[in-house]
Design a protein around this ligand. Structure first.
Ligand code: AMP
Length: 217
């Protein structure tokens, strides 16, 4: 399975991609997670990316394409992968098509969630500063301020603060939303209603993938 998930910030891409990757036993490749790990580790990439991310802007295409090219050539990606957060621009999509020319994409999922709902979801999102696990602020599991998985501290991401969120959503509309038409034109797009519980959305994701797979057989 080689697929990618599009959708606004807070649409549930990370959650759905993670579940699907586990089920399909392929890596979940989130460029946002990779950049945040680089920031935590203080690598040259992390130092360069931090300011751009905090402002809600996009890291330049050539940097992102290099990172994704390397990652897709790691051994665990040979059987397939789920990309989350990449591509973010038509330029990145064109680069991805070149990188994967021999093993093209099977499907592109778009999680559709309106702006007002994602703004609300992001305002209560808390991300562990140790392992990156995402929680809701009212989740009883983090009531003591500690991540039950790693002992780290769930916090609001700098780029989940309202000013950065407004900028990120504007960048989504201008730079990333055109990918919906791009992939629809290639016959790869499946739009999925992203409203409801995580389980409800996951059931829709599985139904779409089953349907596509049976149409191919
Ligand atoms: P995300 O967690 O996917 O929302 O990504 C967080 C931030 O990382 C974004 O707002 C961008 O600053 C940066 N980023 C992640 N993926 C990309 C990408 N494919 N291209 C450019 N910047 C990215």
């Amino acid at each position: 399975m080689r697929m990618l998930i599009l959708g606004r910030q807070g649409a549930g891409k990370g959650t759905q991609a993670g579940r699907l990757a586990e089920l399909a036993a392929v890596p979940h490749i989130s460029t946002g997670d990779m950049l945040r790990a680089a920031v935590r580790e203080g690598t040259p990439l992390g130092q360069r990316a931090k300011q751009i991310m905090d402002a809600g802007d996009l890291v330049p295409d050539e940097v992102m394409v290099g990172i994704v090219d390397d990652r897709l050539h790691e051994p665990d990606a040979a059987r397939g992968w789920i990309l989350d957060g990449f591509p973010r621009t038509v330029g990145q999509a064109e680069a991805l098509a070149e990188i994967t020319a021999a093993t093209p994409l099977d499907v592109v999922l778009e999680l559709v969630v309106p702006n007002d709902v994602v703004i609300e979801r992001i305002s209560i999102r808390r991300t562990c500063d140790g392992c990156g696990t995402v929680y809701s602020a009212d989740d009883a599991a983090i009531a003591d301020g500690t991540c039950p998985k790693c002992g780290g501290t769930p916090r609001q991401r700098d780029d989940d603060r309202p000013e950065a969120v407004a900028r990120r959503l504007a960048v989504y509309e201008s730079d990333t939303a055109p990918l919906v038409d791009h992939y629809a034109g290639l016959g790869l797009l499946e739009a999925i209603d992203g409203l409801g519980t995580t389980d409800e959305v996951f059931d829709r994701v599985l139904a779409v993938i089953d349907d596509r797979t049976s149409r191919r057989i």
